[in-house]
Unconditional design. Structure first.
Length: 123
């Protein structure tokens, strides 16, 4: 995943030349043998919620966007409150206020954490 940091955002992309948020999560999880849908909203629908008391872990999906609409952005949990995502470029941010890597615009639209199924077969 580190080799993708800095890759520019490209809507619909999922190559080192450019990628969008859901293409990034789909690509990284596919490398781990986990197939998930292509779009953020479908990734949210096809994964299961993580209880707040259980905490996010590496490989979980973090979703963002107004609650009144389907998810418009997704990131990949790295553990320790950090997540990687494609917004402008592939980057790492923190979900924790007070952390220098906290993105307040995304923080205000944080919807929750969901866990992809290891037995999914979505393309």
């Amino acid at each position: 995943m580190r080799n993708l940091l800095g890759v520019p955002y490209l809507w619909g992309g999922r190559t080192p030349l450019g990628m969008d948020c859901s293409g990034f999560t789909q690509l990284i999880l596919a490398e781990q043998g986990i197939a998930i849908p292509r779009d953020a909203a479908d990734q949210e629908r096809r994964s299961r919620p993580v209880e707040p008391s259980g905490g996010a872990r590496a490989g979980d999906l973090l979703f963002f966007g107004p609650q009144s609409r389907p998810a418009g952005h997704v990131g990949l949990g790295l553990g320790g409150g950090y997540y990687a995502h494609a917004r402008g470029q592939v980057r790492v941010n923190s979900i924790e206020r007070g952390n220098p890597l906290y993105d307040s615009a995304l923080g205000r639209q944080f919807r929750g954490v969901r866990r992809p199924s290891r037995t999914s077969s979505f393309a």
